[in-house]
Design a binder for this molecule. Sequence first.
Ligand SMILES: [Zn+2]
Length: 296
Amino acid sequence: MKITFLGTTCTQPTPSRNHSGILIEIDGDAILLDCGEGIQRQLRVAKKRITKIKHICVSHWHGDHCLGLPGLLSSMASDQISHKVQIYGPEKSKLFLSHMLQGFYSHGVCEHDCSEHEQGTLFKSRMYSVSAHKLVHSVPSIGFKITVYKQRKIIKDLLESKRVPTTLWGKLQQGETVKFDGKMYRPEQYTVQDDPLILCYIADTIMGDHLYTFCEDADIIISESTFLHEHVEKAKEVYHMTSQQAAMVAHHVNAKRLILTHPSLRYKNTKRLLEEAQVIFPNTMFAEDFTEVNIE
Ligand SMILES: [Zn+2]
């Protein structure tokens, strides 16, 4: 899995930070988490093909997370994308998207579907699944969890002792039940599978117990980190997080890695935000635009 940060700012873009967008490349698929203004250009700078994007997950309909959609969907149409793009977001997503797409003369946007979610699985493949989790922000907001399944390992001795032909092992490894000599062989009995890798994206939200529940099994957490803790009251007032709070979540759920993003424009740089988090959770980094993280 490869994570590419395309935009990492808060309310307004800066010379070095674009509005929000994270590209996840996994199992041959490309998934976009949020689509702030300018994301299609960021994709081109990062040399990512926009026609590869199948799923767009919009955390909420504040402009810094969604205003890139009309342009991206228009460019996908002119690049003759061959599949339907699936767009997922919280309540009112269909309404907001339709308003956005009616705001200008257009040669058309690519074929797409938009669905609204608060909780639960959005889509899955053989290798991964993506689910939505309710956050608490000033407007309806959802976070996204990506679960990456590890490949099953064959219990060779057991299959050999049952004389199951090796030609059937591949199916068991892919999680399928096979039939041999009148008997059913289930993957749970003849393969072992390690725990999946879990990535949680905490988009705009206020701190709260909902984050411990959302991230309880997370290995990697990407979190908004708008404020320093000295501005915790301001953070509460505008339904955002401090970097210390993001680190507390990562520490509490025993995550392996924390990646911060979305700093307030009031800070000249992210040094103190990062330091504050690292005191609580040392394996923290602050994402810049075009930061790439490869996960084995
Ligand atoms: Zn935001």
